[in-house]
Design a protein around this ligand. Structure first.
Ligand code: ZN
Length: 101
């Protein structure tokens, strides 16, 4: 896990939302609103995008279930690694403009 970037992007933008995700910083309300607006725009210009996203997420979920079944030890190790990484990234969290959720 890398340290958070020193310079934050403008909050309330899709770039800001991506920064939150990339740095593991809880999203602020303006960035969540910007992400929602981006998604609305994306769906409006691509009919069927929502259904395609759902189908893809279902496919991924099924593949992860099979992976966990076929490689239970490795899957448990990866879960533990990710859990540790998440707890470590929370330790470097700092207040976010607009209030973190
Ligand atoms: Zn933000």
């Amino acid at each position: 896990m890398s340290e958070p970037e020193l310079s934050e992007p403008e909050h309330g933008t899709y770039t800001g939302y991506q920064w939150h995700v990339r740095e593991g910083v809880p999203t602020c309300a303006p960035c969540r609103a910007a992400k929602a607006a981006y998604q609305r725009q994306y769906r409006a210009t691509r009919p069927g995008a929502r259904e395609a996203d759902r189908a893809w997420n279902k496919t991924r979920r099924h593949a992860l279930e099979r992976l966990a079944f076929e490689y239970p030890k490795r899957f448990q190790d990866l879960l533990e690694e990710e859990r540790l990484a998440m707890s470590q990234s929370r330790q470097v969290l700092r207040p976010v403009p607009g209030g973190a959720r």
